[in-house]
Design a protein around this ligand. Structure first.
Ligand SMILES: C[S@@+](CC[C@H](N)C(=O)[O-])C[C@H]1O[C@@H](n2cnc3c(N)ncnc32)[C@H](O)[C@@H]1O
Length: 274
């Protein structure tokens, strides 16, 4: 199997304990720290574990480089881990003050600070609208540009405060359901890490890697990702390539959301190669 987002190796561990010595797990991750953590977690499994510091957009090349032609299972649990959210070096969270970076893969060149300090106002507004689905995108972009004329935007808390100012309404009584900066941060993270493009590449590569009856399972955390997965599975079903296993996505129970609030937006979709 391929775990395209090995993270801490928790999912792979659960699969790995059911595999014998003939089983092989190839794990990919763009974060080198994740690879190191997963190595520790998976070190006592009976099956073979191969961990590669790679983007899953390169899944075909990486699997073939291991001399593997076909696999039984591809798993991708998209987004970032809780450890990454609190990692000061990655600069993903507005809950703690961090340098505004957002590159999960340190080999990438452009940071979120580069984008907010150099992109023109229309580009910023379009980005926040498209990837953050925030209807106030133009106003947020205007506030960002106005602020950076006075001083560069260098930290996550600084950016969150600018977005809050852009969205605050005098006399507003009700507290918003999500933090006002959530959508802008999502948009920048998607842009910095090319998240949607990478997912599209993974989806395009999967059919030629999966053996007959092999399965692909994708857990997504926002509607832009879920829409891509849903559309790809449906198109491949229409072409006779996949059979969709989950007519409706599998979502967490209230009990799971209670125990793990970050799971609240997770959607799992599974398809089987014909
Ligand atoms: C939600 S965590 C996965 C947790 C994992 N399932 C576990 O059991 O510990 C998502 C992981 O995917 C990685 N990731 C995100 N985008 C990636 C990409 N395009 N290619 C490879 N890894 C990626 C992140 O670095 C992160 O470690």
């Amino acid at each position: 199997m391929v775990d395209a987002t090995i993270g801490h190796g928790s999912h792979s561990y659960l699969f790995g304990i059911t595999l014998g010595s003939e089983g092989v797990i190839v794990g990919l991750d763009v974060d080198e720290n994740a690879i190191r953590r997963a190595q520790l977690k998976l070190k006592d499994l009976a099956c073979k574990v191969i961990l590669v510091h790679s983007n899953f957009s390169q899944i075909s090349e990486q699997i073939r480089a291991q001399g593997i032609e076909e696999v039984d299972f591809i798993l991708a649990d998209l987004g970032v881990s809780s450890a990454q959210l609190s990692d000061v070096e990655l600069g993903l969270s507005f809950q703690t003050n961090m340098p505004l970076d957002m590159r999960i893969d340190q080999r990438l060149k452009t940071t979120a600070a580069d984008i907010v300090n150099t992109a023109d106002e229309k580009f910023l507004a379009d980005l926040i609208y498209r990837f953050g689905q925030d209807r106030a995108s133009r106003r947020i972009a205007r506030f960002i540009v106005r602020h950076r004329c006075r001083e560069p935007i260098a930290t996550t808390v600084q950016l969150a405060a600018i977005v809050c100012r852009a969205l605050s309404r005098p006399g507003q009584k009700r507290k918003p359901r999500i933090h006002p900066a959530t959508r802008t941060f999502q948009a920048l993270r998607i842009a910095v890490n090319n998240e949607l493009e990478n997912l599209e590449r993974l989806l395009v590569s999967a059919p030629s890697l999966l053996r007959k009856n092999g399965r692909i399972a994708i857990i997504s955390f926002h509607s832009l990702e879920d829409r891509l997965v849903k559309k790809d599975f449906k198109q491949n079903e229409d072409k006779g390539i996949y059979k969709i296993i989950t007519k409706k996505p599998i979502v967490p129970t209230q009990e799971e959301i209670g125990a793990n609030p970050r799971s609240r937006s997770a959607k799992l979709r599974i398809a089987e190669r014909r």
